[in-house]
Design a protein around this ligand. Sequence first.
Ligand code: UDP
Length: 245
Amino acid sequence: MTASTGETPSRKRVLLKVSGEALMGDGAFGVDQKTVERIANDVADVVRGGVEVCLVVGGGNIFRGLAAAAKGMDRAQGDYAGMLATVINALLLQNALEREQIPTRVMSAIHMSSIAEPYIRRRAVRHMEKGRVVIFAAGTGNPFFTTDTAAALRAAEMECDVLLKGTQVDGVYSADPKKDPSAVRYDQLTYMNVLANQLNVMDAAAISLARENKLPIIVFNIGEPGAFGRVMRGEGAFTQIIEAA
Ligand code: UDP
């Protein structure tokens, strides 16, 4: 069941979390335009397939409050800078989606009315019912949170069927697959497995929020062209996190 203002029949509705790092391509910082275009193309294909899609975009490719705090910066101030980084990424994704002829709206948790709508839940739902891709920017609007938590929060508010986390690996592994060749990928995990074993998927606040709202999480590699569409069809590699495996 998806949240509805009652005028259009509900379709499948999903939230895709795009990490800031996913936008870097092969670079070590910032934005690779071609990668942004490719991700927008993947999103557009899923939208054209009739799915209501909303996005939460991270900012780690530009600025992370925690990293700045480790070097002495005030944490809250750093986090506000990090949230602004997500707005930059949101505007770039919006532009790339519009070039795919996909109507979009950026809704920001921090008010900046010249470039983005303020986040208003019922308005976001209406945008999605009209087939627009809503890009949620500025995380939760609060320091000391992450965009993973923002993704779980917005997915719950939008009553999404699933929260997809697009990362650089094709799921959750028993160890870092880049460092440990014996690492195995889990097909399915429970929220409690992730929390109890401190698996590095999403922060605990995000996992707990998803669990409380019975929101399945799918972790997949957004770096692979077309992977978003494949995962939506239940194909390819990914890890699903649910209440009971
Ligand atoms: N951030 C925040 N509150 C939020 C979401 C994000 O303060 O609700 C800040 C925080 O400093 C974080 C930065 O924005 O480091 C970028 O977000 P995140 O690290 O989650 O991005 P990602 O890892 O997905 O690229």
